[in-house]
Design a protein. Structure first.
Length: 298
């Protein structure tokens, strides 16, 4: 859904970077806490999808920490730079072409996340490459459970209910940047979303395809008893396809979402007051400072 700047990331990878997403959306004083504890949120989520016990549980938890440490070491500086460069752009007008540049910058940060697989050690890769049929069946069951929630929220509702849900989500995210929003901003966002239709059935189809791709990749690794480096290569390729798909249909879908995000962001920003724009700058500045404090010493 536009303005949330949806990326083609499967939730099981995106959740690891909840702190990063909050930062990119200017989550003000919550940024440092969210980023610092992002690995705990990831662990809580992954432990539902990957059913492991004993030493394997310790290995998976360590892998989550490895990914978090990798992002802090390799990606956090670029995120801080991005937030700093965004500050003056929120002071004045933000036409669609400028909004698109911001969206493209965030998408580039997302594309670079495929490098997270490099952070995993051999034991973590071996664990992911030898998941049993029972464990993969449990993962599929969890996918089915989350898909039911998706359908309940986005598909099995009226057109008005879907629009209301999109507006509510968009306002919540926008408030992280601009602070309190009023009736004028809600009306602007609603009009922008009406002009940028989102097909939840199309999104649901994409979701199902990516889930099956995850399961198929893990099954193939398990059946072939792949060594750690082969597993690393397969997992990185899988993540790269999800983040930056090159198939013509999927690519067109990503580009369409990008354009809609640009338009919605520009229309919402145009409705904001001088005080709200000043608040956005302050939130971005605070987030940049919070994350800069978390950067490892050089």
């Amino acid at each position: 859904m536009p303005f949330s700047i949806r990326f083609p990331l499967l939730n099981c990878w995106r959740i690891i970077f909840a702190g990063l997403v909050l930062a990119l959306l200017g989550a003000c004083s919550t940024t440092r806490l969210a980023y610092t504890n992002g690995h705990e949120l990831a662990w809580w989520w992954l432990s539902d999808y990957i059913d492991v016990q004993g030493e394997d549980r310790t290995t998976l938890r360590r892998a989550v920490h490895q990914v978090h440490d990798w992002h802090r070491r390799e990606q956090l500086a670029a995120t801080v730079d991005l937030l700093q460069r965004w500050q003056p752009q929120f002071a004045g007008d933000l036409p669609a072409e400028s909004a698109c540049r911001l969206v493209d910058e965030v998408m580039q940060r997302a594309i670079e996340l495929s490098g997270l697989v490099q952070a995993l050690d051999a034991s973590a890769l071996q664990l992911l490459a030898r998941l049993s049929p029972r464990q993969l069946a449990e993962m599929e069951r969890q996918f089915t459970k989350s898909n039911r929630k998706f359908r309940d929220k986005y598909i099995e509702v009226s057109a008005q209910e879907l629009l209301d849900t999109r507006v509510e989500a968009g306002l919540s995210r926008a408030q992280w940047i601009y602070g309190s929003l009023g009736r004028q901003q809600e009306q602007a966002l609603r009009a922008a979303l009406v002009a940028a239709p989102w097909d939840p059935r199309d999104a649901y189809g994409w979701r199902l395809r990516r889930q099956q791709e995850v399961l198929q990749t893990l099954r193939e690794l398990s059946q072939s008893q792949a060594n750690p480096e082969l597993a690393r290569s397969a997992l990185r390729a899988l993540l790269s396809r999800m983040i930056d798909p090159q198939e013509p249909i999927e690519r067109a879908r990503v580009l369409s979402m990008r354009q809609q995000s640009c338009q919605v962001m520009a229309q919402l920003h145009a409705s904001t007051t001088a005080a709200q724009r000043a608040k956005a700058q302050d939130n971005l500045r605070t987030s940049a400072l919070d994350l800069k404090a978390l950067m490892p010493p050089r």
